[in-house]
Every structure is written in C-alpha cells, then in structure tokens.
Design a protein. Sequence first.
Length: 71
Amino acid sequence: MPDNYEIIDSSLDDIKFVLNPTFYRADIEPRRVVLDNDALVAGDQGAAQEAHKRIESLQQHNRAGDLKAED
C-alpha cells in the first residue's frame, strides 16, 4: 500500500478515536465526591478533610476557567 493511503472503513473508527480523542464538557466535569465522615475512624479524619480541600480547590479552578475542555 502506498504511503498516506487513506483506508475508509467504519471498523477502524475506534482506532481513529484513540489517535485523536474528542471530549465533551460533560465528560470532564468534576464529579462530586461525598466523604462519609461517620464511616471514618478518628485517625482518618485529617486525611479525609485534606482530600475534601483538594477536591474543592480543583472545582474552584475549573469554575474559574483554569481547566479548559481542550486541555
């Protein structure tokens, strides 16, 4: 087959997607994480609070437009 010969076949669509992925805003929106403090033992409270702060920070950056759909 010659170089740059385009093969048009729908069975190759999944490979085309992997080479050039397309995402929609709904696909990359941060998911709400619910931390169940009742299920945590006392030693894990600090770790849960830190994780919650990091998640909130990421959500604020996303709302501020720091994370773009194209990234």
